[in-house]
Design a protein around this ligand. Structure first.
Ligand code: RIB
Ligand code: CA
Length: 319
């Protein structure tokens, strides 16, 4: 069975780490590499976290290329402490994962993506789950490689509500100009936004009494989730912890797991209150051709089972 070749762009934090496990543990996905970006934490931290996760699951064969350290236009001033991902971006565990013994490849994220696309005999899927800076930079720097991008399946945006402003989602608002470039690029887009990812959660009880007890890897991930649980239970009043980034991969592997509609989407890059909003023309008021498939709902049970199965696969096969 032909695997889906992907390059995943991460700002490894908690849900990125879980999504990495889904990508690496699902037999239908072939991860050609991870590129890293600023976002949840500074790029040096998200890069280190990505390397830590690869060592944790025994997949140091997969290359990592470090990327953008700041947005294209706006300033990047991350808080010292993330209320979602902690200081270290992986939940400030009591027994943190060891410092990585592996290092990134000696090329930038954009160079890695360009070289991989160029060398591939078939188009590759890009899966950005942090700010869109690296992907937008690739599109600007290498327009000749657009035909080698099969599609971009991104975690970001929403049709209405935000989590980083009243109307903007975190990945988009971290670099609205980059997202604007991506949405107008003409590349085939699937937007896994908050409409669906907020519904793709692991319930708090489910997390503690089922997920955590599956195997050594789910137990480790559970020990990473303390701050993440507090954020979703106390502040977001969500029924569980949102598996934002993983939804991209689940949608890629099993399109039927997501309910989606095709809409015209653009990104507000100069609104006073709406800067970073993915403006989604749900009622086709503008009469423009849709440029993205937008996820609106997810089969939550199937989705979480897919994550558990992939992690079980990794846990069983770690050498
Ligand atoms: O809004 C959720 C997104 O922001 C996820 O990608 C999460 O990792 C953070 O980057
Ligand atoms: Ca992310």
């Amino acid at each position: 069975m032909e695997k889906i070749k992907i390059i995943m762009d991460v700002d490894t934090g908690i849900d990125d780490a879980i999504a990495m496990c889904l990508a690496l543990g699902n037999e239908k996905i072939d991860v050609l590499g991870f590129t890293t970006t600023f976002g949840n934490r500074r790029c040096e931290v998200t890069t280190k976290n990505t390397l830590k996760i690869l060592e944790l699951v025994g997949r140091t064969d997969v290359p990592v290329a470090a990327g953008a350290t700041r947005p294209m236009v706006k300033e990047y001033n991350p808080p010292e402490y993330s209320i979602v991902h902690g200081y270290d971006g992986l939940g400030d565990m009591e027994n943190p994962l060891p410092e990585p013994s592996i290092t990134p490849v000696d090329k930038s994220a954009v160079q890695f993506m360009a070289d991989t696309l160029r060398a591939s005999d078939e188009p590759i899927t890009l899966v950005p789950v942090g700010p869109m800076t690296n992907v937008a930079s690739l599109i600007l720097a290498h327009p000749e490689l657009l035909p080698k991008i099969k599609e971009v399946v991104l975690m970001g945006g929403s049709t209405m509500q935000g989590n980083a402003s009243p109307v903007a989602e975190a990945n988009i608002i971290q670099d609205p100009e980059a997202a604007y470039i991506l949405f107008r690029s003409g590349v085939k887009l699937r937007m896994a936004g908050l409409d669906a990812t907020w519904k793709g959660y692991i319930g708090f009880d489910e997390l503690e009494n089922d997920f955590a007890k599956q195997n050594w890897l789910t137990e480790t991930i559970y020990s990473m989730c303390g701050i993440y649980v507090e954020h979703y239970r106390e502040r977001m009043k969500n029924p569980g912890i949102a598996m934002h980034d993983s939804l991209t991969l689940a949608w890629l592997v099993n399109p039927d797991i997501v309910q989606c509609r095709d809409y015209y989407v653009t990104v507000d890059i100069n609104g006073r209150y709406t800067y970073g909003m993915t403006v989604t023309d749900v009622n086709n008021v503008l009469g423009k051709k849709p440029n993205a498939s937008v996820a609106l709902d997810v089969n939550r049970i199937e989705f979480i089972q897919m994550i558990k199965d992939a992690i079980a696969n990794l846990a069983a096969n770690k050498k």
